[in-house]
Design a protein around this ligand. Structure first.
Ligand code: MEV
Length: 312
């Protein structure tokens, strides 16, 4: 019996979410300690899906998994075995709909598991294009940054439709990620920004915010490379204000952002699609990062993660 495995991991967008959909750059980092592993195991009969959220026949996958179902069908046809009997097992440590790239990571691990199963080499361009099949269905009009970062080992400087560039940071800052526990809605958030951009009652407002986020992303790159932690914090706070003005903030996100800033953070913002999901703060050192994490939990964060930017 044939078997294939594939891996990917979570991601955090440091700056540039939403504006990246409209042509501006973004910076994202891989979170390798939040992995997903997919195993594709040949079976006697049936096409079976196993995960924490749903276990059963592929034909009965709930609507939430439409992107995954279509991706698997496409892969089976690509390898000319549409009737293959299998068990597809997804083991993920990434919280879903939290702006951490869960859907792109699961799709990436699935594509890698299929190519491993069929003993076929997989280049990055094919990987990203194939993951995009799922992301188009799950998120509508993705920039591709999630897919690019969940399969990357290093920080990413991402511009839509341009070749991917890795990004070397030289900072000793720490990140504290806080999960609001509120399900984010990337597709809806992306659409509401699009709607603001074409709102005749507020001409130019949306575009100004997108352009400003682009300028802030360029400035963040300089701060990250020169270890200018205070400047980085200020830039992140400005990006949070722009994202709020774009309409993708959420009261619980803002509460955690304010809590972080009142407890020693250099700056804080939402990350990913928004409307829920996760925020993060930047801290000067590990001790302050721990202090912020404790405060976030006291103010309603359902989970926190610490990430030294030094190791990236
Ligand atoms: C989602 O993680 C990031 C967004 O910019 C959407 C995208 O880039 O596809 C909100």
């Amino acid at each position: 019996m044939r078997v294939g495995t594939g891996h990917a991991h979570a991601k955090i967008i440091l700056i540039g979410e939403h504006s990246v959909v409209h042509g501006q750059p973004a910076i994202a980092i891989p979170l390798r300690h939040l992995p997903v592993t997919v195993t594709l195991q040949e079976a006697i009969s049936d096409q079976h899906f196993v995960s924490d959220v749903f276990t059963g026949s592929m034909a009965e996958l709930p609507g939430l998994f439409d992107g995954i179902r279509v991706l698997v069908e496409r892969l089976l046809r690509r390898f000319s075995e549409p009737e293959l009997a299998f068990t597809l097992t997804v083991a993920s440590n990434i919280p879903e709909e939290r702006g951490m790239g869960s859907s792109a990571a699961v799709a990436t691990a699935i594509v890698r598991a299929f190519y491993d199963f069929f003993d076929t080499a997989l280049d990055q361009q094919t990987l990203l294009a194939t993951v995009n099949i799922e992301e188009m269905i799950t998120h509508g009009a993705p920039s591709g940054i999630d897919a690019a970062t969940v399969s990357a080992d290093q920080p990413v400087w991402f511009v839509k439709d341009a070749p991917l560039t890795h990004f070397a940071m030289h900072t000793h800052a720490w990140l504290v990620v806080g999960d609001t526990g509120v399900t984010g809605q990337t597709g809806m958030a992306v659409n509401s920004v699009k709607e603001l951009l074409s709102d005749p009652d507020q001409p130019g407002i949306g575009q100004q915010l997108i352009n400003h986020l682009g300028t802030l992303t360029q400035a963040a790159a300089v701060a990250l490379q020169r270890d200018q932690r205070k400047q980085l914090g200020t830039i992140l706070n400005q990006a949070q204000a722009d994202l709020a003005a774009l309409g993708v903030n959420h009261p619980v996100l803002q509460r955690l952002v304010d809590t972080a800033n009142q407890n020693g953070a250099l700056g804080a913002k939402l990350t990913g699609g928004g409307l829920g999901g996760c925020m993060f703060a930047v801290a000067e050192d590990e001790q302050t990062a721990n202090q912020i994490a404790t405060a976030l939990k006291q103010h309603g964060a359902v989970a926190t993660w610490l990430e030294p930017l030094t190791d990236l």
